[in-house]
Design a protein around this ligand. Structure first.
Ligand code: ADP
Length: 264
């Protein structure tokens, strides 16, 4: 700054802009925007199964005498399935708030991770088939770890589900492959798909809460933007790491590294 004179004394005028504050305002704005999108997403997520439940229940109420046993059965099945879907969305929200408040505790036991992954993939098989995605478990041998079985299952379910959800609609030979490898006192789980992929600038952002690639407008796929956040928090609670490699239009591989823990 140019020195200026004031009552014979040289003076310096300093203009200080609080950059940190501007950045903070921008950060808060971004969080606010994510929250708005989150509310839109979650409302839509809840509304879809709820609308189906309501419509099928109404049809049954209005015309129960006209429905044959098979149709009635079908409708009740849909109501049941959609209720389960609602329940899983709510469970995700509850887990998220538990994790945020650091209230989640792990119940560790020793189990075979390969077996757990096999069982998990079996329970998602039907969904995968309906989207023409082939599920493959490349590892056959058992890998013992000490961890919270229910929570690890939740992580695997989330990651395999994402592989199915974000597959390319028009593509042939769609797959989600899982590989498990023991490396010293750690185990590495790789979940790969040949789906939509994620642009490089979002490889870390997708693990942040509420974050989804693209805008609400171009979301063909339903979601809350919490799946990867929950997965990351569960993995880190176990003392592990999670990261991904991905290329748009080629596919994504998510890596989960867990300590095997005390196997006894
Ligand atoms: P949700 O699926 O509910 O949006 P996630 O936290 O599981 O939330 O994922 C965040 C975002 O990361 C998704 O919205 C999607 O844009 C992107 N994403 C996650 N997994 C994949 C994948 N396997 N392939 C392509 N994009 C993915």
């Amino acid at each position: 700054a140019e020195p200026i004179e004031y009552e014979g004394q040289p003076q310096v005028l300093l203009v200080i802009t609080d950059v940190t504050n501007t950045k903070e305002v921008e950060r808060l704005k971004a969080i606010d925007q994510l929250k708005t999108e989150f509310v839109a997403n979650i409302s839509h997520e809840l509304k879809t199964p709820l609308a189906a439940i309501k419509a099928y229940a109404e049809t049954i109420l209005m015309s129960i005498e006209m429905l044959d046993q098979q149709t009635l059965n079908e409708f009740v099945q849909i109501i049941y399935k959609e209720s389960q879907h609602l329940e899983s969305i709510l469970e995700g929200l509850l887990d998220f708030s538990k994790l945020e408040q650091r209230m989640m505790t792990l119940e560790k036991t020793t189990f075979d991770l390969t077996g757990l992954v096999r069982e998990t993939m079996r329970s998602i098989e039907e969904l995968a088939r309906s989207k023409q995605v082939r599920l493959e478990l490349l590892t056959k041998e058992p890998v013992l770890i000490r961890a919270d079985q229910k929570r690890i299952k939740q992580v695997i379910t989330n990651l395999v589900n994402n592989g199915i959800k974000y597959s390319k609609e028009d593509s042939q030979e769609k797959y989600v492959r899982v590989r498990i490898e023991r490396k010293g006192d750690k185990v590495l789980i790789e979940i790969s798909d040949n789906g939509l992929g994620i642009p490089k600038e979002y490889h870390e952002k997708v693990f942040e809460r509420f974050f989804r690639v693209g805008t609400v407008m171009d979301h063909r796929v339903e979601g809350t933007g919490l799946g990867l956040t929950i997965a990351k928090q569960i993995v880190e609670l176990h003392g592990g790491r999670i990261w991904l490699e991905s290329e748009p239009n080629v596919g994504t591989t998510v890596f989960v590294e867990l300590p095997v823990g005390d196997e006894r």
